[in-house]
Design a protein around this ligand. Structure first.
Ligand SMILES: NC(=O)c1ccc[n+]([C@@H]2O[C@H](COP(=O)([O-])OP(=O)(O)OC[C@H]3O[C@@H](n4cnc5c(N)ncnc54)[C@H](O)[C@@H]3O)[C@@H](O)[C@H]2O)c1
Length: 302
């Protein structure tokens, strides 16, 4: 099955789904998108066109996206179906069971879940060898990585085809060979967040300082120097010596921090309640969002 001019179906037209559809449409694929909420479907093409305009990309690509409310009709012709509905296991399981009733036997099925094991989502399928995970990052059209997650059942052909599909669409696919919680990116990210929260919890610095330290130090290098490259650069012997001193002192509690649990219990939910670890006015939230978007746009062609 060719991965150029493939017929793509995206299920779920929310934040991630419309962005994923945009990437495939811009790469020249015909994309069908479906959603159970009529308004989300009706606004999909306009949202994609606005993104393309903002990025200076070909706005005409939005015309390759076809919204279709009926799930069976939306997936029937597809070579590849990617699901980006709400993060809910029973919902995703039910949806894939329904999708499998309407697709060809060789259609590849992917879930964009953030953290739910792909194995749990796909275990009820009749043909589990065509099922895998594709974990995109927000916004899909600006963050390059897509983790392609293999389960114990996924065929090497399905992995290779999906990797090629994403690479040809301008993404940077990474093959995750085992279906572990958090895959690769979120395991690394949340290892850092655990220690960040712990530093605040234990009064070593305040929340603003944690962010300032990351952004003004190794955060500056991270986009061009990965941790393993960095370890080799300073030397494995130095890395070992550092770990002998530092690792015993780093937070290794297996569950979420009690400090985080208290914030949530107190209704301090971050942006949505105006306070989390820090206080956030609507203006400060807008400034931060704009700063991230501007930065990502600046790194787009690197
Ligand atoms: N937001 C992120 O940064 C991010 C990053 C990576 C992965 N993800 C994952 O991607 C998925 C989607 O996240 P999102 O942020 O786009 O959510 P979202 O709430 O913006 O969009 C979900 C969409 O799915 C639709 N939907 C719900 N049930 C449906 C069904 N049965 N059939 C068709 N459509 C249905 C909703 O109407 C909504 O439009 C989740 O699994 C999430 O964990 C999110």
């Amino acid at each position: 099955m060719p991965s150029s001019n493939a017929k793509i179906t995206v299920v779920g037209a929310g934040l991630m789904g419309h962005g994923i559809a945009q990437v495939f449409a811009l790469a020249g694929h015909g994309v069908t998108i479906t959603d159970t909420v009529a308004q989300n479907l009706e606004t999909t093409k306009a949202r994609i066109a606005a993104n393309l305009r903002d990025l200076g990309d070909d706005e005409g690509a939005a015309e390759r996206v076809k919204p279709l409310a009926d799930l069976a009709a939306a997936v029937r012709e597809a070579d590849y179906v990617v699901e980006a509905v709400s993060e809910n296991l029973p919902l995703k399981q039910k949806l894939f069971a329904e999708i499998e009733r309407h697709v060809r036997p060789d259609t590849i099925l992917a879930s964009n879940t953030s953290v739910i094991p792909i194995t749990s989502i796909m275990q009820g399928l009749n043909k589990r060898e065509r099922a895998l995970g594709t974990h995109w990052w927000n916004p899909p059209f600006l963050v390059p990585l897509v983790e392609v997650i293999e389960t114990q059942w996924t065929s090497p052909q399905a992995v290779a085809w999906t990797m090629q599909l994403h690479e040809a669409a301008g993404k940077q696919p990474a093959h995750v060979k085992k279906d572990v919680p958090g895959f690769i990116g979120n395991r690394l990210q949340h290892a850092l967040w655990r220690e960040a929260i712990s530093l605040v919890e234990h009064g070593i610095c305040d929340a603003e300082t944690v962010d300032a330290v990351v952004k003004a130090s190794f955060g500056r290098r991270l986009a061009v120097l990965g941790p393993i490259e960095n370890a080799d650069q300073v030397g494995t012997d130095l890395t070992l010596a550092i770990h002998e001193t530092v690792l015993p002192a780093i937070d290794s509690r297996p569950g979420p921090s009690p400090y985080l649990q208290k914030l949530v219990g107190d209704g301090k939910l971050g942006f949505k309640s105006g306070e989390g670890f820090r206080k956030w006015t609507p203006e400060q939230q807008t400034v931060l969002r704009a700063r991230v978007l501007q930065h990502l746009k600046g790194t787009r062609n690197q």
